[in-house]
Design a protein around this ligand. Sequence first.
Ligand SMILES: N[C@@H](CCC(=O)N[C@@H](CS)C(=O)NCC(=O)O)C(=O)O
Length: 229
Amino acid sequence: MHGEAEGVPLIPVSDPYRLSQSATRKAHQMILRSAGPSPFGRKVKIVAKLTGHYEGLKVEATDLMNPDDSIRTQNPLGKIPALVLDNGMVLYDSRVICEYLDAQSQGAGVFPDGAARWEALRQQALGDGIMDAGIVQVYEKRMRPEDKRHTPWTTYQQEKIDRALAALEASPPASSATPTIGEIAIACALGYLDFRFEGAWRKGHPALVAWLEAFSAAVPAFDETAPQA
Ligand SMILES: N[C@@H](CCC(=O)N[C@@H](CS)C(=O)NCC(=O)O)C(=O)O
């Protein structure tokens, strides 16, 4: 049986999808691999707060570009967020982690039942898609030398964001007392656009701006998890 004592390496190195040999942790503590600016990590942190799991979570910074960072053995895709459970199993990606946290809670309702579930999952896909298209543009700048960048590619990605914003402006999410995963994902996507794209989205989307203001007033976890450079 894997050790549960504090300070004892829990998982043998022969189990590559679990904790690295050097990792140690307190019993019953989950480890969230994330990074300050990650909008997907922010989704998970908000859901952890809403479901009462945040106190039991140790957030461990990740250096995605460091080949020796254990994220690459914890998640073969080398992506964050990843959640190391207290039995050593690693869950990824943010959708799986959020659903897991919600399922462990006493009906936080982040993933509603019935027809509302499909609306929430669709909104989550839209919010996640905005983040994906934003991250691709950030990486294009970060990873490629200027003379190798391909503007039509970043324009193609930006158009996804523009269409998503237009759809949301025409039909903003509801302001539920209990925020759904869809509302959380959209708020995190808009927060990411604020963080990395200087809030340019705000121009021409007054209904969405008002929605985000109402969301951040109703859900303190949103401001509490604001991205850090
Ligand atoms: N669908 C994934 C997306 C995660 C993602 O793209 N994370 C970014 C950081 S915010 C990442 O790890 N990028 C590194 C890479 O793509 O290799 C999720 O929901 O968790």
